[in-house]
Design a protein around this ligand. Structure first.
Ligand code: TYM
Length: 333
């Protein structure tokens, strides 16, 4: 059994990509793991422009999403990254053994640099080329290795970050002695849900190209109605020739549990419009119980705070154990 760790940045409303690429797999893994820790990575979220006046609320909103989706505090620890300061402490240690050359060519870094540079956000200028954006994956490696996690369920855009985590972990082991395990990425179908407006781009928290887990039924229906489709008429899975329909089919399949070829058969001879109308209902009814549960949790802020505090206390203990081992090896004790 593995030790699991994963996290999401609280930088916008969570969407179907976050659910299908990450959270859905957490739910399965939490039942069958030696240790499962799911974090709202609020220190990662402040590396790009954000609103400090609503940030606390935003962090809590992601916590509610985790719980409403089915993260079970009896099986998993649910933490806010900044409440376990050992994450940043280990990140500093890792900074000392991470060459800049490992970081500045990572595609996610380049992409974010570009986003900040072209952002219309008035505060974006202050964030241009900041050091934390470069060191972002080092903090991510610390998140994972602090708990000696060995399995990280994420979408496929995070794969290079996990490779880097292993590079940092093995460099440490080599320099100071064996502490960290090898980390595997848990990537499944749904690891890359694409934008409804442009199937060559992934669904993201920033644009209006995705379906937020909190979207109202009518918003969902309107977004799917407006989703781009491909040329031709056939509802058929073909990533190359029909990337838009293939993406919609993946969403349909993962939310309904029906196999892709069964869905293709069901819509044989029917139009894209009929397919999209039904898909909208699949999404609406999938999200309904989630949204209802989220409302229940919203009405229990004290209970949520208790869950967080208990988890964070346990996480700090686990983190301390690893840090003592690390510091001992490094001559810092
Ligand atoms: P973030 O906040 O960008 O995304 C959270 C998770 O959602 C997945 N994801 C997607 N999956 C499928 N299709 C999409 N369109 C899609 N968009 C996002 C991401 O792959 C991710 O699993 N660096 C991380 C957060 C992080 C982390 C960690 C993750 C910090 N420390 C330690 C794992 C372990 C990030 O920015 O995720």
């Amino acid at each position: 059994m593995a030790k699991i760790f994963s996290g999401i940045r609280p930088s916008g409303k969570l969407h179907l990509g976050n659910y299908l690429g990450a959270i859905k797999n957490w739910l399965e893994l939490q039942n069958d793991s030696e240790q499962a820790i799911f974090a709202v990575v609020d220190y990662h979220g402040i590396t790009t422009p954000y609103d400090s006046t609503t940030y606390k609320q935003q962090v809590n909103d992601v916590v509610l999403d985790y719980l409403a989706a089915g993260i079970d505090p009896d099986k998993s620890l649910l933490i806010r990254q900044s409440k376990v300061p050992q994450h940043t402490e280990l990140a500093w240690i890792f900074n000392t053994i991470t060459p800049i050359g490992w970081l500045d060519r990572l595609p996610n870094y380049r992409e974010k640099l570009d986003q900040v540079e072209h952002s219309s956000d008035i505060s974006a200028k202050s964030y241009q080329n900041n050091l934390a954006l470069l060191a972002y994956p080092v903090l991510m490696a610390a998140d994972i290795l602090l708990y000696k996690s060995s399995l990280v369920p994420v979408g496929d855009d995070q794969k290079q970050h996990i490779d880097l985590t292993n590079e940092i972990g093995s460099k440490f082991n080599h320099l100071f002695g064996e502490v960290f395990p090898n980390v595997k990425t848990h990537i499944v179908q749904g690891a890359r849900i694409m934008s409804l407006q442009d199937p060559t781009k992934k669904m993201s928290k920033t644009g209006d190209d995705g379906i937020a887990l909190s979207d109202e039924p009518d918003v969902i229906r309107a977004k799917i109605k407006k989703a781009v489709t491909d040329s031709g008429k056939e509802v058929k899975y073909d990533e190359k020739e029909k990337p838009a329909i293939s993406n919609l089919l993946t969403i349909y399949h993962l939310l309904s549990g029906k196999e892709v070829n069964a869905i293709e058969k069901e819509y044989g001879g029917k139009s894209y419009v009929e397919f999209k109308n039904d898909l909208a209902e699949v999404v609406v009814s999938f999200l309904k119980p989630f949204q209802e549960k989220k409302k229940e949790f919203e009405n229990n802020p004290k209970g949520i705070m208790k869950i967080l505090e208990v988890s964070e206390e346990k996480a700090r203990k686990l983190a301390d154990n690893t840090l003592v081992e690390i510091k001992d090896k490094m001559g810092l004790l």
